[in-house]
Design a protein around this ligand. Structure first.
Ligand code: UDP
Length: 402
């Protein structure tokens, strides 16, 4: 097998491989350490998995480490995640203790030696206490930070300001801090199992295996079972749509190792969907990339009705597959969906129902929006662009140190 990098054609890598190589050449051999809190489940793990081999192809020496936490730790960090996305949090001494004890134990356990360190999200943020030597440390935040709980942000900020730089997914997530802050949009890998082209036979066989009818329009939301993704709102919208239009709803999702709330939300969804044979709630393992690929390709309309969203890679994935997307007017969804061009932005159950119905009833509009979506992703949200952004930032940090 040749390099992964060489498998991106001109369509997926506008600006050619050579440009990336020129940018990477002065960084050859750079030991680049990434730390996050899960290898599977959720967008961060998804992206890191695909970025590692590309950095390697470009001559860097990337390494990816994971925070090993206890259930109590992940309960606490999930509440931190919710607080950063705007939910009130009473930060108790016990929570701080659990958080710091596990984070510090991990920082002591792991080899943090590197030429540049990228720490993802709050779970490993305190690792910065252990920084040694001149290597730059970057805090990469994937969360919607536009309206965080103030008290919690003050606490977390005390760690973040010790980094050399912070990266956010959207401009409105930047905070008042003395360190430089950068914008890096997330991205998808068109060559991953989740996004590779797929034969119609495989799509059909997958639907059959999952018990989803292939001969009716499919409305799909793929998401962890998380309240901010509003799966219950999707069920309500679908019930309104179905009064007038034939369709089935598929809610596909699984848990993530660092998300303990999933089971409770799944139960709420099941109870909201009870008694309706046209609502398919699919609990998928974290390895179900081809299944998600098939579902996204089979869908007529893809929904991502989140009320908060760091970015929303599921929107990107659906657009890349030429699907029109109805998404919550929030965070990264509003960056990806150009309202009326490649999808619709909505802020209520009724709004979602209206737009889903419009797309179900107008196949030409749906197709045209899907084409626009794919082009938008091609230009802005493919992994090759993220790699470039990282290389530019690493170059900047290196020069600054000199
Ligand atoms: N995903 C998955 N299985 C699931 C739910 C989601 O593989 O059961 C994937 C999804 O296809 C996407 C990522 O996880 O690639 C979710 O990223 P997003 O930014 O939409 O949301 P996050 O989970 O990071 O909040």
């Amino acid at each position: 097998m040749g390099r992964l990098l060489d498998q991106y054609g001109e369509e997926m890598l506008p600006g050619r491989t050579e440009r990336l190589e020129r940018l990477a050449a002065p960084l050859a051999g750079l030991r680049l350490l990434h730390v996050n809190s899960t290898k599977v489940g959720g967008g961060v793990a998804e992206m890191l998995q695909r970025l590692m081999p590309l950095f390697e192809d470009l001559g860097l020496r990337p390494r990816w480490e994971i925070v090993e936490g206890t259930p109590a730790f992940f309960d606490v960090t999930k509440s931190f995640h919710n607080a950063l996305q705007g939910k009130n949090l009473v930060l108790t001494a016990a929570m701080r203790e659990t958080y710091l004890a596990v984070a510090r134990a991990n920082a002591a356990r792991l080899d943090l030696s590197a030429d540049a360190v990228v720490i993802h999200d709050p779970q490993p943020a305190p690792f910065v206490e252990k920084r040694e030597g001149p290597a730059p440390w970057i805090w990469r935040c994937h969360i919607d930070l536009s309206r965080p709980d103030r008290e919690f942000w003050e606490f977390l900020r005390s760690f973040v300001v010790r980094y050399d730089a912070a990266i956010f997914s959207l401009p409105q997530f930047a905070r008042r801090m003395a360190i430089p802050q950068f914008l890096v949009w997330p991205s998808i890998d068109p060559l991953s199992d989740k996004n590779l082209p797929m034969a119609p036979e495989e799509v059909e066989a997958t639907l059959r295996r999952l018990g989803v009818p292939a001969d009716r329009p499919i409305v799909l939301q793929v998401s962890r079972f998380d309240r901010f993704k509003d799966p219950v709102g999707v069920v309500k919208a679908f019930r309104l749509v179905r009064r007038r239009t034939d369709a089935v709803l598929v809610l596909a999702g699984g848990g993530a190792d660092d998300d303990p709330e999933g089971a409770a939300v799944l139960a709420e969804v099941r109870s909201a969907a009870e008694g309706d044979p046209d609502i398919h709630v699919l609990l998928l393992p974290p390895t179900a990339h081809r299944e998600i690929n098939a579902l996204q390709r089979a869908a007529t309309v893809v929904v991502q009705k989140s009320t908060r969203e760091g970015f929303g890679l599921t929107v990107t994935e659906a657009m890349w597959k030429g699907k029109p997307v109805v998404g919550g007017l929030t965070g990264g969804i509003a960056t990806q969906i150009v309202h009326g061009l490649n999808g619709f932005l909505v802020s209520s159950v009724e709004g979602a129902a209206f737009r889903i119905q419009t797309l179900l009833e107008n196949p030409d509009l749906a197709r045209q929006m899907g084409e626009e979506g794919r082009e938008h992703v091609r230009r802005n949200f493919l992994i090759t662009r993220s790699v470039r952004d990282y290389l530019v930032l690493l170059t900047w940090l290196k020069e600054r140190r000199r």
